[in-house]
Design a protein around this ligand. Structure first.
Ligand code: SAM
Length: 273
């Protein structure tokens, strides 16, 4: 059956078998079930099912119909569970109520959001996903590199990060407008503090400005300066030059000092007329 790819669902079907093989070879050796987001025509699903049980989430009802036919046996034997839904709406705190590895060729319009959700999901152990190369670089960059960003700090705070391979548009039907890459994050822990993400957004709000300046726009300048001095951080450092560990140290101190300052103000301070 001829399927017309729907742009609004980010449908670019991966056809290059060598890339499919690279994804399979990079799979973690775990007993976890695989969560696949966007099985599409089922090419990756088929390879995954050779080695793992799969729970797949697909938004497009016509593709779900096709997949139910294609994988009737696997669905019957419960090796494949197909959930026909918008994964973003379905995903509350945890995508699944058991440990899982996320393996997917992601729809690019929600790829960053999905990776962040997986970084925060304590049931997710590994993230192995295809996404835009530019976004993959933002997640995998190292301190000092131009692409080092809030996303790099988030990913590196969760575990080991690397790009498995770059993928040219011709590997897909239809070809996307941009280059792609397969990103691998082996998580050692999950991110649980949404305020840390807010802090990082502020730190990188103007990537070419000084970190001290970016932070002082949102937090009391004298507190930020004191923290830089205590931690021995140069006042002219740019956001991409500070390490993941430095960001955690600055954040911990900021929280402590701001909490202390807030407590010093009585909750119901008398007002003067
Ligand atoms: N896995 C297939 C492959 O490798 O060829 C298809 C990948 S295609 C890039 C992205 C897939 O994600 C499509 O099947 C699309 O319908 C599905 N999708 C898009 N948005 C989704 C969402 N919010 N929830 C679940 N699936 C979604």
């Amino acid at each position: 059956m001829q399927v017309r790819a729907k742009k609004k669902f980010g449908q670019n079907f991966l056809k290059d078998r060598s890339v499919l093989e690279k994804i399979i070879q990079s799979m973690p050796k775990s007993d976890n079930v695989v969560a696949e987001i966007g099985p599409g025509l089922g090419d990756l699903t088929q390879e995954l099912l050779k080695i793992k049980d799969v729970i797949a989430f697909e938004i497009d009802t016509s593709l779900c119909h096709l997949l139910r036919k294609k994988f009737a046996k696997e669905i019957e034997s419960k090796r494949l569970q197909l959930i026909c839904t918008d994964v973003i709406e379905h995903w509350k705190q945890n995508l699944l109520d058991r440990r899982y590895d996320l393996v997917a060729n992601l729809p690019y319009y929600v790829a960053t959001n999905i990776v962040i959700k997986a970084l925060m999901d304590e049931n997710c152990d590994t993230i192995l996903v295809m996404l835009q190369k530019e976004v993959a670089k933002k997640f995998s960059a190292q301190e000092g590199e131009r692409e080092f960003s809030a996303l790099s700090v988030l990913a590196r705070s969760a575990g080991d990060v690397r790009i498995v391979c770059s993928v040219k548009p011709e590997a897909f039907t239809p070809p996307p407008k941009v280059d792609s890459a397969v990103l691998l994050i082996k998580k050692q822990k999950s991110l649980s503090d949404p305020e840390f993400m807010e802090f990082l957004k502020r730190a990188f709000s103007q990537p070419r400005k000084r970190l001290l300046k970016n932070l002082s726009t949102h937090y009391p300048k004298e507190i930020v300066e004191e923290i830089f001095s205590t931690l021995g951080i140069a006042s002219n450092i740019r956001p991409h030059e500070a390490s993941t560990s430095i960001y955690h140290q600055i954040y911990a101190q900021l929280k402590e000092k701001i909490d202390a300052a807030t407590k010093a103000i009585p909750a119901s301070a008398p007002t003067t007329k």
